[in-house]
Structure formats: C-alpha cells, structure tokens
Write a protein that binds this ligand. Sequence first.
Ligand SMILES: C[S@@+](CC[C@H](N)C(=O)[O-])C[C@H]1O[C@@H](n2cnc3c(N)ncnc32)[C@H](O)[C@@H]1O
Length: 271
Amino acid sequence: MIEDHGENTAPSAPADPAGETASFGFREVRASEKAVLVRGVFDSVATRYDVMNDAMSGGVHRLWKSAMIDWLRPRPGMRVLDVAGGTGDIAFRILDKANRDVPEGKAAATVTVCDINEAMLSVGRDRAVNAGRLDNLDWIVGNAEALPYADCSSDAYTIAFGIRNVTDIPAALREARRVLKPGGRFLCLEFSNVDIPLLKQGYDFYSFSVVPQMGRLIAGDAESYRYLVESIRKFPDRETFAGMIEAAGFSRVSARAMSGGIVALHSAWRI
Ligand SMILES: C[S@@+](CC[C@H](N)C(=O)[O-])C[C@H]1O[C@@H](n2cnc3c(N)ncnc32)[C@H](O)[C@@H]1O
C-alpha cells in the first residue's frame, strides 16, 4: 500500500506573493509552480521511466547506482530512507545487499521509499509485488522539503537523481539532516558537470539532440526529457553542491565524480 501524507503531496500552484522564482529546466517559473510542473513530468514518464533509463544511459545508470550502494555499505538492522525513490531501484539494491546474510537474532535492514509522485511509486510498488519483495519495504508519498518523518529516525538517507527536481534544495538538505540519527549517513547521486572538453561536446550533442528524440519514441514525450536534460545543466557543480550540503549542517562532506563527471556521488555525515 502507498501511504499518502496529504500535507506533503505536490501542491497545486498557489499564488506566489513573494515573487520567488525557480528554474524549471532553462525556464524561470514561479517557485510555487515548479513542483506542479515536475509532477507533470514524472506523471507522464512513469510507466516508461525504467526502460528509458536503460536506453538513455546504455544501462550505465545501473553501475552508478551500484557504486552508490557500495559506498553506503548497507547492513542488517539499518533503517534507510530513500527520498525521490521513484520506481524503487535504489531501495531494491540496498535490501539485496544488506539482507543477503542476516545473522541469527539480528533484524533485517528496512527501506522506506518516499517520493512526491504517486505514479512513480505505483510503478515501483508493482515491480516489488511482481518480484515478491513484500518485506522490509514501505512506499510513502512525501515531499523532500517537508519529510513526513520524525527527527533522528534514520541511519541513512539516500537520494538518486532526485535532488535537482526539488524546488528548495537547501530546505531538502536540512530535512535530510533532521531525519538522520547522529552518526547517520547522507548519500546523493546526481548528474554533474563534465569537465573534459571533448567528452562535453559529445555529451551536449547527445543530451540535447538524441535524448529528447528517444523520449519521443520510447516514452511518447520529448518535452519531459528536454526538461530532464536542461535541469542537469542548471544543477550546481560538485564544489558548490558540497558547500550547500555543509551549509545544511552536515560534516565530512566529500564528492566522487564518475564517468568523466557525468554524475557525482556526494557523501556526508550527521555528527
Ligand atoms: C529521475 S527520478 C529518480 C528516481 C529514482 N531515485 C532512480 O534513481 O531511479 C526523480 C524522482 O524525484 C521525485 N521528486 C521530484 N521532486 C520531489 C520532491 N520535492 N520530493 C520527493 N520526490 C521528488 C520524482 O517524483 C521522481 O520520482
């Protein structure tokens, strides 16, 4: 079952008296409108999301996700919150690794997948049911900016390819720290900045010319994939993002670039 914590689902666009704006891809929109637009993107692509991930990345997103799980080192007994968890890829990997060999008398690891989009969670929950994954896994609708979780309730917080879609990233980072126990781990996998000139040229061509066409052919939606590509370019570089994590109160912040900087993993601790 997917729990819906009403107050945390994507709002309809209210008036934005402060006049604040946010980037939605290359467009500036009212800050209050962004969550609605992002919701539209993932409503549109949810059923083809996993197929598109494999097609766009040639399957490499699996390696990036595995690297994230390796760095996390999930273990039996851990309580992990996977925010913007979508169709469950990260959660499944965490559970597979953590609960491979649970010692007698020790509790299994548990993962809660929290996402603002019911359509994405619904695809994930169906995947879980079809694979017989009924234990140690919850699916909850919630906004990364206002998590429906108690303070100090998780051993680890993961977010993969989600944070750049959030309107108020500093608020989401503060929420991540709030829900972590002291000694808890923050791990974020996100697209990043490519600094190798030749790779950048090819990557730009691929992103702006090929990906939207693939989106049209496979998911029947070029515009949503244009947004996803544009949002990558608007996301802060590794150093800036590391500074934002520190500003949210985290300690021992570090970053690893992968695939020439196409993606980065940021790690931090709540001390
Ligand atoms: C690109 S998908 C990533 C899904 C999954 N983590 C993965 O790696 O395959 C981004 C997800 O972020 C979710 N999302 C966007 N804004 C959010 C917010 N404010 N709070 C929680 N989830 C959000 C979307 O609904 C979508 O499922």
